[in-house]
Design a protein around this ligand. Structure first.
Ligand code: SAM
Length: 277
């Protein structure tokens, strides 16, 4: 008789944000798989739950997923948690779920907090459709390319972002998407919870005036006033920059490449071979 893998959501800050069911499942589990055992031990101790813990994180995910599913296949009740929120959402969890499904071991969700959803719900941006993008790429080129690919998206965009990259991310948003409505949701459910709402450039100005921002951030971007205009072909855009902004050929190429998240070499190749046209 196989046991079960439970994916259990845990608080994203405030320790009271845990469901009664999550607490019961954690109490009844034979083993709790978590990212950081010290972090999870604190949470469990708060609720007087004492369970064997095993660490399951991005560096041992593949082997550990196999082990956990073996234990569940042999009848074990395995609770999988992450450091915060729902396992599997920009967190380890996916591999164990995949393995369990392959082996016919039941996987049961025990839902609870997710930073993206908490931020979206109080953002004031349209919630009927949203597109969750996980962590924005840390490299500027890849980040701009991704934003460019989302220019026509009408759903609210939701990203996770590190505090030391938030300004750079907003600069790219202003450059690639224009000054859209933006919400920076910081330290949700914690003592220093804060929401910055406004246009992307006004939020950027605000952050530039402050000392470096700290804490955990969920970044939301609303749709533009009008749907994004289809992008001009690269060659035309270069000509436009040369004419309107009086840029020389190389500077215009560099600018157009940056707008599209392309390297200068890649843009040059596309321009010469007309692959974009
Ligand atoms: N599994 C989690 C969930 O369900 O939300 C997400 C884990 S991901 C590794 C961590 C990122 O989520 C943080 O870097 C931050 O961008 C976002 N996040 C987590 N807790 C948050 C909070 N209290 N306030 C704002 N954003 C948060």
């Amino acid at each position: 008789m196989p046991g079960t893998i439970y994916l259990v959501a845990t608080p994203i800050g405030n320790l009271e944000d845990i469901t009664l069911r999550a607490l019961r499942i954690l109490r009844e589990a034979d083993l709790v798989a978590c990212e950081d055992t010290r972090h999870t031990r604190k949470l469990l101790a708060h609720y007087q739950i004492h369970k064997p813990l095993v660490s399951y994180h991005e560096h041992n995910e593949a082997e550990q997923a196999e082990e956990l599913v073996k234990k569940a296949a042999a009848g074990g009740r395995i609770a999988v948690v992450s450091d915060a929120g729902m396992p599997g959402i920009s967190d380890p969890g996916y591999r164990v779920v995949q393995r369990a499904i392959e082996r016919g071991v039941p996987v049961v969700p025990v839902p609870g907090p997710v930073a993206a959803e908490a931020a979206l719900a109080v953002s004031g941006l349209p919630c009927e459709a949203f597109r969750f993008g996980g962590f924005l790429p840390s490299k500027p080129g890849a980040r701009r390319k991704l934003l460019q690919s989302l220019a026509g998206e009408t759903a609210t965009l939701v990203f996770y972002e590190a505090p030391h990259r938030i300004q750079a991310a907003l600069e790219d948003i202003v450059e690639v998407l224009g000054s859209r409505p933006v919400v920076v949701a910081r330290e949700l459910t914690k003592v220093h919870e804060e929401f910055l709402r406004g246009s992307a450039d006004s939020i950027l100005d605000e952050l530039r005036r402050r000392p470096p921002v700290k804490g955990e951030i969920t970044l939301l971007v609303g749709r533009g006033e009008t749907p994004a205009a289809p992008q001009a072909p690269l060659g035309r855009r270069i000509e436009q920059l040369m004419e309107e902004q009086k840029l020389d050929r190389m500077t215009a190429l560099k600018t157009a490449a940056r707008e599209r998240g392309l390297s200068k070499r890649e843009a040059y190749r596309l321009w010469q071979h007309g692959e974009e046209e």
